[in-house]
Ligand binder design. Sequence first.
Ligand code: GLN
Ligand code: ZN
Length: 732
Amino acid sequence: MLGYPRIGPRRELKRALEAYWDGRGSRAELEAVGAAIRERTWTRLAELGLEGLPSNTFSLYDQVLDTSVLLGAVPERYQAAEDPYFAMARGTDGLAPLRMTKWFDTNYHYIVPEVGPDTAFELDAAKPLAELRQARELGFETRPVVIGPVTFLLLASALDRLDDVLPCYEELLALLAAEGVTWVQLDEPALVADLTPEELAAVRTAYERLGARSARPGLFVASYFGHLGEALPVLAATPVEAIGVDLVRGGLDGLGALAGKTVVAGVVSGRDVWRTPPERAARLLSAVREQAGRVVVSTSCSLLHVPYDVEAEPDLDSGLKARLAFAEQKVAEVVELAHTGLEDGERVARPRPDTGTLARPDAGPLSGPLSGPLSRPPAEPVVGGGRAPYAVRAAAQAAHLRLPLLPTTTIGSFPQTGELREARAAAVAGRLSAADYERRVEGEIERVIRAQERLGLDVLVHGEPERNDMVQYFAEHLDGFAVTRNGWVQSYGSRCTRPPILHGDVSRPEPITVRWARYARSLTDRPVKGMLTGPVTIVAWSFARDDLPLRDVVFQVADAVREEVRDLEAAGVPIIQVDEPALRELLPLREAARAGYLEWAVAAYRRATSGAGDRTQIHTHLCYSDADQILDAIDGLDADVTTIESARSGARLLGSVGTFERGLGPGVYDIHSPRVPGVDEVERLLRAALRTLPAERVWVNPDCGLKTRTYEQVEAALANMATATRRLRDEL
Ligand code: GLN
Ligand code: ZN
């Protein structure tokens, strides 16, 4: 398999990171936790019978950031920091972190490498070598995994530096060869997108040059998240010995070009939690065998994107559980497929291992329709009309809401305090009664409302204290979803989510958020904004069923959200925000498929929101969305106000939203960093916004929800935001 979860089965790494960051633990203690996670992983993988064990797939924060360090691309300004690695990842006082964005079409976030014309690449192979040696001491030979040069430079928007970075890779190959390493895996997921002729030429140059080295390990170039397309024949013509192809998302086209190569056939999906239908995998494998020199059975991509172990889920329905495979089960599938794929008389390298968890006498069929009721016929993709044009709505809303110029608001969540988490855990465990838990939540709502009043914010939120997570909370209240106890998946750094499992038809048995919104409203005279998660995001951040087209699944969720919008409005909530931060994430990697996706995604959003009356102001929120790529679609959502990340990507975004016709709140500070922005800094960003947009349409807000911050940070930051806003209002 191409990579493995690394946060620890019980999120041990998360706890160690947070202890280190808070000064409760030393760097050595953090490293020790990392070493223990790696040891456990290799040991378990070997027990499962996996033959090719990877190393360097562990990371203290992010594998792309690790690659920046590997290549010496550490910007000067971080070099003097106490801990440059975490300074790049998270910032320090006075030093903003590097930009962070989503890893292709996943919900994993990586730290964007900063490579300029003067970046002096210099190999620092300490990490891959240390992992390699640790594994060796434990008796495991491993295949180091690093991000390949083309993907690294494309992520850094610096492909012109190829000639300068290749010597580092050459040096790395020589070092690894000297260590006796037989294979190295170079990850090149960027090759599954549309590539320009120059980019294809870079692939050719890179792998011809690396392949031409005499002292080097075997080169395994791993592609994933789609089909290699035009890059396939280009790679095939280079001397690399092995090529990894994603046969779950990619398919078999063009594999004939790989005749002389080892094909690492990704037949077990690393992107979902379903067991692999054995007939489908066997069919793919035998098709590959006819075309390729040698076939290695693998996962379609790193297993980073799935939780560790289904066996850690005692609460899941057994019928559903029998259909699930998390990382451990997927590795076992890889091993089993490799063995069953052998013809009589063929030998395997090692005796067939006892793959414990694979035994499933009562698990039922591995494929076929998912559990749950029979599907409703797919919803019709009609755009629910009904709302008046924006100008009419804007006038109705202005009269109703009476907001000042540059209204201030937040994105929804306020800090989730330790007490709140404990209360939730106690309620789940039955140690706290439902009534007592609800009183705690109400107490928290009151605190959030009072804090916002004190800070002088204009549009208040209830703070989302009842939510463990913006998707899981809705999944818990909708039929058709199951939630896990330990199914954590890394999102960025120490942050993990537990994606719910969407396994049946979706419906809303009763209102979900209305009582909390109503309570918040009862506490204040200022307008309160209701807060919902949009249909695309609910599905994107869940593991969706794969027996219905994604579009139909999203439409089912849209109908449930539509009912919630209607009930919030009926409860007198004047503003309703429907977050769609994952809209960009699901954008197909290839241009040809994008328009089709955006059309149904936008239609689903409108179906969810278009039941609202003209006087009800609909907000939407998109975070870290590279929004410039989907501006037309964001426009198509037809929300009255759109709040968007921009603090960390700066003016780049603002330049492209000048055409935007409705309200816009460009995030004025980065909530992903503990750093408190100064008044001047916020003012500068607001001035930049006012140069592009008319003041009547500018909103002032942080760039995302505040739940990961402390009250101390939040109150200081929001106070500065409000001060900067007042300064500007005085001028307007
Ligand atoms: N309303 C959500 C919150 O504030 C939005 C979070 C997000 O965009 N990821 O937490
Ligand atoms: Zn956000």
